[in-house]
Design a protein around this ligand. Structure first.
Ligand code: PMP
Length: 318
């Protein structure tokens, strides 16, 4: 195992439907609809420390996906994207964090115990915590060991893959547990048609002969915001990017392979099913993209895309 994963640190405050509540008071009733039927939608967002103070990476795009997820599940969010953006800024400032991971979450709460979710109220939380490299610092530097999962991703028109919904992560948990129990860091799943889909919480990229490949939208994986950032950075660096169906064996013969995600950032993959990726070392294009993306996020480089969202609110819980 290249990385055992990163620990996490509790913070003090959680935003709950417009109010700041203490971390330990952000509780829900056991009969809440979400506990029984997985009826939640959420986001994962990172805030980076920049020379101008904390900046949330691609907040607008994450909140767009959050409202999209709500729309797909007929979950009317009781707060506008503007209010949610302010909540995100407030929670970072209130907890006094410079770098953290933010988790906006909407659940179907305590209402009716039946499957129909429409009779249970929607409750919204925004929390954050300090979270290091998702697959470990060593994994970020040297690459992680992945396997092809025996679990497939969902078929289109079953669980909507464009929604970042709690229930979707049951499959991801099966993939992750199987991988970890078998001594791997992470799993890569195939879609129902046998083509590469994504990791348990990451999209996947391959590089071969200087061209960057990633699966095209096929209804089996989440449209990652980091995925989109990587495609734009690569193209703007003069690298050809092809969104393309990828058979399983493509990852065995790739020169470079990496996961992308908010938590995982750009995590190189050094082997799949114990077959070394390229020379088993982090590749040149992977490193360049890792450096550019994190460089923009942390304010080391200019931000031509408008991806940094500075945290402007003052610290405090008012
Ligand atoms: N796929 C899945 C299943 C995920 O959970 C994530 C993390 N949100 C991703 C892909 C990557 O998405 P993003 O880059 O927007 O974090």
């Amino acid at each position: 195992m290249a990385g055992a994963g990163a620990g996490f640190t509790a913070t003090e405050w959680i935003w709950r439907d417009g109010k700041m509540v203490r971390w330990e008071d952000a509780t829900i009733h056991v009969l809440s609809h979400v506990v029984h039927y997985g009826s939640s939608i959420f986001e994962g967002i990172r805030c980076y420390n920049t020379p101008d103070g904390p900046a949330i990476f691609r907040l607008r795009e994450h909140l767009r996906r959050f409202t999209d997820s709500g729309k797909i599940y007929r979950m009317d969010l009781p707060h506008s994207p503007e209010v949610l953006a302010e909540a995100c800024e407030k929670i970072v400032a209130a907890n006094g964090l410079e770098e953290c991971y933010l988790r906006p979450l909407a659940i179907r709460g305590y209402g009716s115990p039946g499957v129909n979710p429409l009779n249970s109220p929607v409750e919204v939380f925004v929390m954050c915590w300090g979270w290091g490299a998702y697959l470990g610092e060593a994994g970020m530097q040297n690459g992680v060991d992945a396997c092809i999962s025996s679990w497939n991703r969902m078929e289109p028109n079953t669980f909507p893959s464009f929604a970042k919904a709690g229930g979707n992560y049951l499959g991801a948990q099966l993939m992750k547990m199987e991988a970890v129990k078998n001594g791997y860091d992470e799993a890569i799943a195939l879609g129902p048609g046998g083509m590469i889909s994504e990791g348990s919480g990451q999209n996947l990229f391959a590089v071969r002969e200087g061209i960057v490949y990633t699966p095209q939208f096929d209804g089996t994986f989440l449209p990652g915001i980091t995925r989109d950032a990587v495609i734009r950075i690569a193209r703007d660096s003069g690298i050809e990017v092809r969104e393309h169906a990828m058979p399983r064996e493509f990852v065995y013969i790739a020169d470079e392979l990496f996961f992308t995600g908010t938590a995982a950032e750009i995590t190189p993959i050094r082997s799949v099913d114990k077959i070394a990726v390229g020379e088993g070392k982090v590749g040149r294009i992977t490193k360049m993209i890792q450096d550019k993306l994190l460089g923009i996020a942390r304010g080391k480089y200019a931000d031509p895309y408008g991806w940094r969202w500075p945290v402007k609110v003052e610290a405090g819980v008012a």
